[in-house]
Design a protein around this ligand. Structure first.
Ligand code: GDP
Ligand code: MG
Length: 442
């Protein structure tokens, strides 16, 4: 998978500019990657649409790093969807003791295990006194399972009273938590193999008694698209405040996470990474994003390819400068580099000997929008004019300025700057390879 994507992005990098076809090809691969990661079809479709809009908008700028650009757009969009606006992954509302936390989900999704993992975390990381109660009267020995885990992690469990209903147990847990001075009490509910009315009714009754501060839906991260239906059903019936994805230590790629986020908008709070009691961590959107597209490799691959290209480019320019050549194409490349390297501030700071110019630049109120306007001016010149700036006489200047939608005075400033830089480059070029010019050009 990542090889396929790698190939596509590799080609993009070598081409130098992002065409519509490039974007289409890349997005086709991304789409396949999403579907392979079990992202549901409508979600994948919307996602691709969002990316293609963004990529198309950026293609016009003719970025000098097209492959990287696509990779970054895809990655950022994944993180954006996964993270949502203001999720506090790993944080739970547990003020006003005793704070009830309700755990819901299908049978075998990992509710009981996650209940204990969370209790351990609250106890150890936040110093909370936690009471756990199993409301699972369906499965034999389900209550004992939680009691065993409680003993193992040193967290209290509600004493088992046989023959009580889930609702009875919830009431007792609430009472015990209040009287016993607990900070948090956790209600581990029973699951069914599939969503059914009886289960939902029971969970609703329990919710009405406990009035939970958090209702966490536990979902098996290996189940793909099904997870979304489950999430929607639980949310509409009981109201879900957050999601825990279990079995993210498995082979699944975490597409469920993306689908769930996109469809329900519920924050993913935690991720289960194994059967052990400390195999629970806060949800990190970047990690899951990387996992879904297997992109970690690709990002570094593209960056490496990019570095090589830039080094070759720098080498080529250096040779030109040494010969005293510095035309408008060179200037444009420099301006684009400057933008990329953090604008004027960044590049001036890196170039010793730029002191005098730096002052001029500051006096002129130079900022990055000027860089962009200057690039626009150069774009408005013909090939011949760029190669030979001496051609730029009055009538040509007017045409160029009009083409860029700017005043001739701005073009004059650009030309003055070009002359100064050409002089300086000549001097610096004579100082030879290696040194500061190479460093300044990154
Ligand atoms: P419940 O029916 O929802 O309460 O599910 P359980 O908590 O009993 O978990 C069912 C099985 O899944 C148990 O064998 C757990 O050890 C296992 N399990 C739970 N969470 C994880 C996880 O994050 N990773 C792995 N590998 N196994 C898990
Ligand atoms: Mg259970």
């Amino acid at each position: 998978l990542s090889e396929r994507l790698g190939g596509v992005f590799d080609r993009l990098t070598k081409q130098g500019a992002l065409s519509d076809d490039d974007i289409k090809t890349a997005l086709r691969e991304v789409r396949v990657a999403l579907l392979e990661a079990d992202v549901s079809l409508p979600v994948a479709r919307d996602f691709i649409k969002a990316i293609s809009d963004k990529a198309a908008g950026q293609a016009v700028t003719k970025s000098i790093t097209p492959g990287q650009q696509v990779v970054k757009i895809v990655h950022d969009e994944l993180v954006h969807v996964l993270a949502g606006d203001n999720d506090n992954a790993g944080e739970l509302k547990i003020d006003n003791a005793p704070a009830p936390i309700l755990m819901v989900g299908l049978q075998g999704s990992g509710k009981t295990t996650t209940t204990a993992k969370l209790a351990k975390r609250l106890k150890e990381k936040q110093g909370k006194r936690v009471l756990m109660a199993s409301l699972d009267v369906q499965r034999p020995a389900a209550q004992e399972q939680l009691a065993v885990l409680g003993t193992q992690i040193g967290v209290d469990t509600l004493p088992i009273v046989k023959g009580q209903s889930a609702v009875d147990i919830a009431k007792r847990a609430k009472q015990q938590a209040t009287m016993g001075g607990y900070d948090v009490y956790m209600l581990d509910t029973a699951g069914r193999l599939h969503i059914d009315e009886v289960l939902m009714d029971e969970v609703q009754s329990v919710r009405d008694i406990a009035n939970p501060r958090e209702t966490l839906l536990v979902v098996d991260g290996l189940t793909g698209q099904d997870a979304v239906n489950v999430a929607e059903e639980f949310d509409s019936k009981v109201g879900v405040s957050g999601v825990v994805l279990t079995r993210m230590d498995g082979d699944g790629r975490g597409g469920a996470a993306l689908s769930m986020r996109a469809v329900t908008g519920k924050p993913i709070k935690f991720v289960g990474l194994g059967e052990k009691m400390d195999a629970l961590e806060e949800f990190h959107p970047e990690r899951v994003a990387g996992r879904i597209l297997g992109m970690g490799d690709i990002v570094s691959l593209v960056e490496k390819a990019q570095e090589t290209i830039e080094a070759e480019q720098a080498e080529r320019m250096m040779k030109r400068f040494q010969k005293g050549q510095f035309n408008m194409n060179d200037l444009k490349q420099q301006l684009e580099q400057m933008l990329k390297m953090g604008g004027m501030e960044g590049i001036m700071g890196m170039m010793p000997g730029m002191g005098k110019m730096k002052k001029q630049v500051e006096d002129a109120g130079f900022d990055d929008s000027i860089l962009k306007r200057q690039i626009a001016l150069i774009n408005s010149m013909t090939k011949r004019e760029r190669a030979n700036p001496k051609l730029l006489q009055a009538s040509r200047k007017k045409r160029i300025a009009r083409g860029a939608g700017l005043e001739v005075s701005e073009l004059n400033k650009l030309m003055k700057m070009h002359r100064q830089m050409a002089d300086m480059m000549k001097k610096m070029g004579k100082m030879g390879k290696g040194g500061m010019l190479k460093k300044a050009m990154g």
